[in-house]
Design a protein around this ligand. Structure first.
Ligand code: PRP
Ligand code: ZN
Length: 284
C-alpha cells in the first residue's frame, strides 16, 4: 500500500517541496523524472503534475494527497480538505494597475478590463464588493497585458513584487494571501491515513528544526539566569558545571533570525567559547 502524493512538476513550489521530502528521508529519484515515482524507503509514491491539476487529482482520488498553492486550491473549488499549511512559497493574489494612475479605491475597477489566470477568485471578490468589471482570462505572462493594451489592470500572484515593478505596475488591492498547503482526499483508508500521519510527523520535525541552531557557551555562574532568559531553548537551557571555578556551560536552541542580536547580548554578559551548530531534526 502506497500513499500517492501529487506535487508540482516544476514551478514556484517545486524546489521547496522536494527539499521537504528529502529532509523527511523520502528519497525519490530526481534524475529522469517520470510521471509517477515510488520513494525508496517509505510507502509513498510521488506523482508529478501541473499545479492547476493537483486539486482535482486529489479530490477525485487519483492522488491521495497533494502539495499545492492555496491560490490554486481556492481557484479550483474542488472537494478536498486542507490537511496542513506548509509555511513556504508565501505570496499574495493582488490587483495591480499602471503605476501612473491616481488610485482612489475599488470603484476604479468598474467598467475596466482585468487580465488574470484566477477568474474564479477574482469574480467572487468583485461580486462581493459590487464591482462590475470584465475578466479576461490568460494563462501566462499576465503582467504584460496592460502594457500591450490587452487589459487595464491585472489580478495575479505577487511575491517579491519585482515582476510588477519591471512592468510599470503597482499593487493596489491584496485579495488573498497564499502559501503552500497539503491537501488530502476526503475518503482515505485507515491504512493510508496512518502513512499520512507518519509523513506529517516527519514534515513537522523538519519544519521545527528549520531556522534553528544549537548553541553551547561558557558563562560565569552569576550570569546563568540572565543568559537563560535570552535562550529559552525547548524547555530550559541545559546547564553543566565546569571544572573552572565559578563557570558553567550552557546549551540551548536559538532562532537564526535573532542570532546576532542574542549573541551580542550574551557577549555583554561575559559569555565565552560560543559554539553554534546546525540542527537537522527537532522532535518536541
Ligand atoms: C508569478 C506571477 C508573476 C510572478 C510574481 O508567476 O505570475 O509573474 O510570479 O512574482 P514576484 O512578485 O516575485 O515578481 P509564477 O512564477 O508563479 O509562474 P506562472 O507564470 O506559472 O504564473
Ligand atoms: Zn500554474
Amino acid at each position: 500500500m502506497l500513499l500517492r502524493i501529487a506535487v508540482q512538476a516544476k514551478g514556484r513550489l517545486f524546489d521547496e517541496t522536494m527539499t521537504m521530502l528529502a529532509e523527511s528521508s523520502i528519497k525519490v529519484e530526481s534524475g529522469k523524472r517520470t510521471l509517477l515515482v515510488p520513494a525508496k524507503n517509505f510507502p509513498v509514491e510521488v506523482l508529478y503534475l501541473r499545479d492547476d491539476d493537483i486539486p482535482q487529482a486529489v479530490a477525485s482520488g487519483i492522488a491521495d494527497v497533494g502539495i499545492v498553492g492555496e491560490n490554486e486550491f481556492e481557484e479550483r473549488q474542488e472537494d478536498a480538505e486542507i490537511v496542513k499549511r506548509l509555511d513556504f512559497s508565501k505570496c499574495r493574489l493582488s490587483l495591480a494597475i499602471p503605476k501612473e494612475i491616481d488610485y482612489k479605491g475599488l470603484e476604479w475597477f468598474n467598467g475596466k478590463k482585468i487580465a488574470t489566470s484566477y477568474p474564479g477568485i477574482l469574480k467572487r471578490f468583485l461580486d462581493k464588493n459590487g464591482i462590475k468589471a470584465e475578466i479576461h482570462v490568460i494563462t501566462g505572462s499576465v503582467e504584460i497585458a496592460p502594457g500591450i493594451g490587452l487589459a487595464d489592470s491585472i489580478f495575479d500572484i505577487v511575491s517579491s513584487g519585482s515582476t510588477l515593478v519591471s512592468n510599470n505596475l503597482k499593487e493596489v488591492e491584496v485579495v488573498m494571501k497564499s502559501e503552500a498547503i497539503l491537501i488530502g482526499n476526503k475518503n482515505l483508508s485507515a491504512e493510508k491515513r496512518e502513512i499520512l500521519n507518519e509523513l506529517l510527523f516527519r514534515f513537522d520535525s523538519y519544519k521545527n528544526a528549520e531556522g534553528k541552531k544549537y548553541i553551547v557557551l561558557n558563562i560565569p555562574n552569576d550570569k546563568i539566569a540572565a543568559a537563560s532568559e535570552l535562550l529559552p531553548g525547548m524547555k530550559a537551557p541545559t546547564i553543566t558545571k565546569l571544572e573552572t571555578d565559578g563557570w558553567s556551560s550552557l546549551a540551548s536552541v536559538i532562532e537564526e533570525k535573532y542570532f546576532w542580536e542574542i549573541i551580542g547580548k550574551l557577549k555583554n554578559l561575559g559569555a565565552e567559547g560560543i559554539l553554534v551548530m546546525p540542527i537537522e531534526k527537532m522532535i518536541y
